[in-house]
Design a protein around this ligand. Structure first.
Ligand code: ADP
Ligand code: MG
Length: 386
């Protein structure tokens, strides 16, 4: 599609996205900035992205008529969450350019395949074993305990995983997870968690965002800080190098995020990857001259990728549904006016109809002239939000 001008007034091209969540919504906003029309496929009538796109195909991800309608409308198609069936992307690819490919997304959907891919790229991973049956369970080495048992598929935000201290807990945990294929990982001594986001074009050019430092609460991302306080130029180069190899070996086109553990001994271990823009990159909308969504649009439309530049140190706070309830459990609206009075505060709300505990309702990006200034304001924002 990139061979035709994005903003051709004769016929604006349409970019399609599988999934209508907040990532799709921010993708749609970025696409619209470049003059593209947008189409979203999502089963939910009031999905955050469906509400702001030019067209909303309300259908299940594997519904043939829905896929047909999306392919009829969109000139190129991407995905906004990794659990869209890879099969749906493969079917769409028979009709339209699809980026990232169903094959690349399939690797990201399976922790065992993902780890094998990392290893194949020479990227260090946690010691682990794949548990697909009783025999594999019995053969697990004691070296992997205490560990974390994770379902190979469909886990996110800490769901589908159980911490197991010993063999008895491992057996009970595997039963609790329904004896589906799992990956058992050795529990590592984490000093910090970091992530890096790269975008790879059809020509193989890779550009990267700066290293991001992430704090999780209850398995859900809570805070991202950039520049990463624990980062060094060498560490950043190592992480970006790993991400670029992982992307190249997948023949990847689009935005890819790799999450890493920084261990107490200073070594870097890849944890998992997301074949799409990532929550830890939401700050880029406000802190960089090009956002992760801008680069996703460019990559899938075949437009040039330019290297993004961080122009402001930043702290991103995720806004979970919990903030919409007071201590007594009564619904309330957070005091946005007070938050917006803070310098460098950019509030993003995703337009979700109802708040639930643990549900991602929005995020707040705080930029500052210095890392200390951004941090100071973020602490004030956190205090205001309670
Ligand atoms: P999810 O798909 O839910 O994000 P992750 O594999 O990223 O699953 O695990 C969630 C969190 O659990 C990580 O961000 C990290 O804090 C912790 N964790 C996961 N694996 C390990 C490990 N091997 N050692 C120590 N902590 C871990
Ligand atoms: Mg994770």
């Amino acid at each position: 599609p990139g061979d035709r001008a994005a903003a051709d007034p004769e016929r604006a091209l349409t970019l399609g996205v599988m999934g209508g969540g907040q990532l799709g919504r921010m993708f749609v906003h970025a696409a619209q900035q470049l003059g593209f029309r947008t189409a979203v496929l999502d089963p939910d009538a009031t999905s955050p992205a469906g509400l702001v796109a030019h067209a909303h195909v309300q259908a299940e991800y594997l519904d043939e008529a829905g896929l047909q309608a999306l392919a009829d409308t969109a000139d190129a198609i991407t995905t906004e969450f990794e659990n869209v069936p890879a099969e749906a992307l493969r079917r769409l690819a028979e009709r339209r350019p699809v980026a990232p490919s169903g094959d690349a997304v399939a690797v990201c959907q399976d922790r065992a395949a993902e780890k094998a891919h990392f290893v194949g790229c020479g990227v260090p991973v946690a010691p682990h074993a794949v548990i697909a049956d009783e025999a594999a369970l019995a053969a697990v080495s004691d070296d992997l305990l205490p560990g974390i048992l994770k379902t190979a598929r469909l886990g996110y935000d800490g769901k589908g995983q159980i911490r197991v201290a010993d063999r008895a807990a491992l057996e009970a945990g595997w039963a609790e997870l329904g004896r589906v294929t799992c990956v058992l990982e050795k529990r590592l001594p984490l000093a910090f968690e970091v992530s890096v986001i790269v975008a790879r074009g059809r020509d193989g050019r890779v550009v990267a965002f700066p290293l991001q430092q992430n704090l999780h609460r209850d398995g859900i991302l809570a805070v991202t800080t950039v520049p990463a306080p624990a980062g060094t130029p060498a560490l950043e180069a190592e992480a970006i190098g790993c991400a670029a190899r992982i992307a190249a070996d997948l023949g990847y086109v689009g935005v890819l995020c790799i999450e890493f553990f920084l261990l107490e001994d200073g070594s870097l271990v890849a944890n998992e990857m997301a074949p799409r823009p990532h929550n830890s990159g939401h700050h880029t909308i406000d802190s960089c001259d090009l956002s992760q969504f801008d680069l996703q649009v460019r990559a899938m439309a075949g437009l040039p990728l330019a290297k993004p530049r961080l122009h402001s140190p930043t702290v991103m706070l995720n806004l979970l549904g919990d903030l919409w309830f007071d201590a007594a459990g009564q619904e309330r609206t957070p005091d946005w006016a007070a938050v917006l009075a803070l310098p460098g505060a950019n509030l993003h709300l995703y337009g979700k109809e109802s708040a639930r505990r643990g549900r991602k309702m929005g995020h707040l990006t705080i930029t500052g002239a210095t890392p200390a200034a951004a941090r100071e304001t973020a602490l004030q924002a956190a205090a205001l939000l309670g």
